[in-house]
Each structure stands twice: as structure tokens, then as C-alpha cells.
Write a protein that binds this ligand. Structure first.
Ligand SMILES: *[C@@H]1O[C@H](CO)[C@@H](O)[C@H](O)[C@H]1NC(C)=O
Ligand SMILES: *[C@@H]1O[C@H](CO)[C@@H](O)[C@H](O)[C@H]1NC(C)=O
Length: 401
């Protein structure tokens, strides 16, 4: 559609639907004209949700004294990412007297490398690490996130450490978010884990929720292209989406404010607006690339059936895309390969009643799973056993192979 034709369509629409439409298109128009405004709506990074609290006092979020160490990780393009290292509970209990008597004042730690907390991560060969990529809005400490950290190590409170951080522009991190910027952040944090903490990649699980799942996918995709390839123990993503354009067609901020859903049924208009998105987060493309490039993987798509913010159809679409690529590569490893994909999908879906369902797709390079618990909505699921089980499964599969 020509811009002029588009303009008249908008005017006609406004005249027919009236005031609310003028307001709506006015907002959409300014989102296109002012990219920084668009970034604010996409990333909601200034909606901290932890305003009255101090991210350098993790005790305020329910952690034991010095169980969490706040420190900074630098990116290659000059940003500083505010991060939390979270000690698993048993490792904390075993070392509590020494942890408390390190002479840490509390607050931000400038030399994390000199702390006992860091040595417990770096020097213990059994240490495992979950790299945690949070969703849009808030900080690493808002909403269900702190509960989620405690739940992630629940399956292994001895060895499972967690590294959470705020992307550029969020919380106490410097800078301003963009797709490439946030991916750079993920790379910086992962490089820190691999090279500073020296955790072997097979002892690392990449975990992301909502927007964080897109970051996680971009990250594993990037590392699979390195030489030699870096293979993590697994990738677990919760409440993911197929790409930003399709997400805006259904997404409602806080379950209420529509983004592009009012115009999703008018293809030319919708196409025009989505072409103006500065962050595309094309997860469909990235999962296809990852499945093609990676020589080994362990993937879980986890999505609650009652998620009203992002429909589980998004995770299904990504799962089916992954399966499609496995099929074209000839990498399926089940003994029922003569059946059609649909028949196999049907046979392989394990029903668990009120627990939902699990489908495991066996491939020569590792399993791909789609897990749909009935309950968990968009974010609570991060603190539910389904998530800790998925993460411990990824670690365990590696340990046994
Ligand atoms: C590793 O950490 C766990 C949990 O603190 C501890 O039980 C174990 O003894 C440690 N192993 C070594 C070799 O330090
Ligand atoms: C998977 O598919 C690729 C491309 O067809 C092939 O080169 C590879 O040997 C297959 N098997 C494994 C175990 O990766």
C-alpha cells in the first residue's frame, strides 16, 4: 500500500470508528515516528516494578544474608550490566559462617572475583549454572522472578547456581535496549560464565521467559556457529513467541491494552505497521537456524495452557518449525519414522490429566520437547516445579551421557 493510500485508509477508519480510533492511531503513529518511544513500549524497561526497593539489597527480595551477590558485568560495547549471582541453598548453608564473616558490607560488590561466593561457583567441579534471561518490563528482582530463582535450584540445592542480570536500560544497568544491544548483553554474560567463572558449557543451562526466551534463542544460535561449537547442557524457554510481529497481533499489555490486535485483520495496515518494528525477534528463523547448525542440543518449550498474555500456540508453532527442520535434515531418530508427522505428534503426546501434556521428539542430535502444563499463566510458571524439573532434566541428561 502506498503511504498516501494508507493515510486515507486511516482517516476513513478514524471517521467511521471515531474518537478511540483517533487516539489509537495517534499512538501507533507516534510509535513509528519516535523509535525511542517504540523501544519503551517493546521493552518496558523503565517500568521497574521494584521502585521502593534496592536491587543492591537482595535480602529485601527474600534471600538469606549474602546468599546473593550484586555485581557488574561489562559488555564489549561499553555497557555495565547489573547482575546477581545466587548461591544454591545447601552450598550456602554448608559455608554460611565463612560467607558471613568475609567482611562484605552488603550492597554492590566491586570485586566479585575475590569473594567466597565466587570461588564456590568457580572452583567446585560439580557446580552447575543457570543463565537466566528475564522477560520484558521490571528488573531481575520484580514479580515472580526472585521466587523463580529459589525454585530453579529446588531440584538441586547443592550445585545449581543462578546468574540473573538486567539488560541494558533495565534496573541499574547502563544504556538503552535494542534487539542487537540486548543480544550483546546476553553474549557478555555468557562469556563471563564461560571465561571468568570458567564453567564448562555442558554445566550451563540457558533459561529464558517471554522476551527472555527470544534472547536465549538468539544466544544459543550465536554460540552454535562458533568454532569450535559451544554446546550447552540445554535450552529451556517458557512462554515464548514466534516473532514480534505475530506477537503484537495478539498481545495485550497487562492482558488489557491491545497493541496491534485491532488492525491485525486488515493485512495491508498490519503489514505496514509490523514492517516499522525496530525489534523483530524472529524466533521462527532463529530456531530453524539453530536446529540446522547445532550438532547437539536439548530443547524444552514450556508454555502454560492458561497463559493469557501470550498464547501457547506460539510455542507450538516454534516446536513444529523445529520438527519440520529436523525432518528435512533427516535427523529424526524415533523408530516410528515411517508414520506421518501428525500421527507421530499424536502418538508421542503424553497426557498427564490436570498436569497437562508432554511431547518428546527424539532426534539424532538430542531431544526437542513441548510441555504444556494446564496451569501457570504467563509468569507464575517460572516458579513452578515444571520449570525446575525441565532444567534439572537438561542437566541430568548431560551428566548421564
Ligand atoms: C561442591 O559443592 C557442594 C555444595 O556446597 C559440596 O557439598 C561439595 O563438597 C563441593 N565439592 C567440592 C569438591 O568442593
Ligand atoms: C543430521 O543431518 C545432517 C544433515 O543432513 C547430517 O549431516 C548429519 O550426519 C545428521 N546426523 C547427525 C547425528 O547429526
Amino acid at each position: 500500500m502506498e503511504p498516501s493510500a494508507l493515510r486515507s485508509t486511516i482517516i476513513v477508519l478514524c471517521l467511521t470508528i471515531g474518537g478511540p480510533a483517533i487516539l489509537y492511531f495517534g499512538i501507533l503513529g507516534s510509535l513509528i515516528a519516535v523509535p525511542s518511544l517504540q523501544a519503551h513500549v517493546t521493552y518496558l524497561h523503565r517500568v521497574a516494578l521494584t521502585w521502593s526497593k534496592d536491587l543492591n539489597v537482595p535480602e529485601q527480595f527474600g534471600f538469606a544474608r549474602h546468599q546473593v551477590t550484586p555485581f557488574y558485568i561489562s559488555t564489549t560495547d561499553g555497557e555495565r550490566l547489573h547482575s546477581w549471582h545466587i548461591l544454591p541453598l545447601v552450598a550456602y548453608i554448608e559455608n554460611q559462617p565463612q560467607i558471613l564473616s568475609q567482611g562484605l558490607e552488603g550492597g554492590l560488590v566491586h570485586d566479585f572475583g575475590s569473594t567466597l561466593n565466587f570461588r564456590l561457583l568457580k572452583e567446585n567441579k560439580s557446580a552447575r549454572l543457570v543463565l537466566y534471561f528475564h522477560g520484558t518490563s521490571g528488573t531481575m528482582a520484580s514479580g515472580w522472578r526472585p521466587d523463580s530463582y529459589r525454585s530453579l535450584y529446588a531440584a538441586d540445592p547443592l550445585n545449581t547456581h543462578i546468574l540473573a542480570f538486567d539488560y541494558r536500560g533495565y534496573g541499574e544497568s547502563s544504556g538503552y535496549p535494542s534487539e542487537q544491544g540486548v543480544i550483546n548483553d546476553a553474549l557478555a554474560v555468557t562469556d563471563w560464565a564461560l571465561n571468568t567463572a570458567e564453567i564448562p558449557p555442558e554445566n550451563i543451562v540457558i533459561y529464558g521467559q517471554s522476551l527472555g526466551s527470544a534472547v536465549a534463542l538468539a544466544l544459543v544460535n550465536e554460540y552454535s556457529k562458533r568454532y569450535p561449537e559451544i554446546r550447552f547442557a540445554g535450552l529451556v524457554v517458557t512462554a515464548t513467541f514466534s516473532d514480534m510481529a505475530r506477537l503484537t497481533a495478539t498481545y495485550r499489555i497487562g492482558g488489557i491494552i491491545p497493541v496491534l490486535s485491532p488492525i491485525a485483520k486488515i493485512p495491508p495496515l498490519f503489514k505496514y505497521f509490523t514492517s516499522q518494528l525496530s525489534s523483530k525477534w524472529d524466533n521462527m528463523q532463529r530456531i530453524a537456524e539453530f536446529i540446522t547448525t547445532a550438532q547437539q542440543y536439548d530443547i524444552t518449550f514450556l508454555h502454560a495452557e492458561d497463559d493469557a498474555d501470550i498464547s501457547m500456540e506460539h510455542s507450538k508453532r516454534l516446536f513444529h518449525e523445529a520438527i519440520r527442520v529436523v525432518e528435512t535434515l533427516g535427523n529424526y531418530s524415533g523408530d516410528d519414522g515411517q508414520k506421518s508427522i501428525d500421527e507421530r505428534l499424536h502418538d508421542r503426546q503424553e497426557q498427564r490429566g490436570e498436569g497437562g501434556s508432554l511431547t518428546v521428539w527424539p532426534t539424532k542430535r538430542g531431544p526437542i520437547r513441548l510441555e504444556i502444563p494446564k496451569y501457570g499463566v504467563h509468569d507464575k510458571i517460572m516458579s513452578y516445579p515444571a520449570t525446575s524439573i525441565a532444567i534439572s532434566r537438561a542437566f541430568a541428561r548431560h551428566a548421564s551421557s
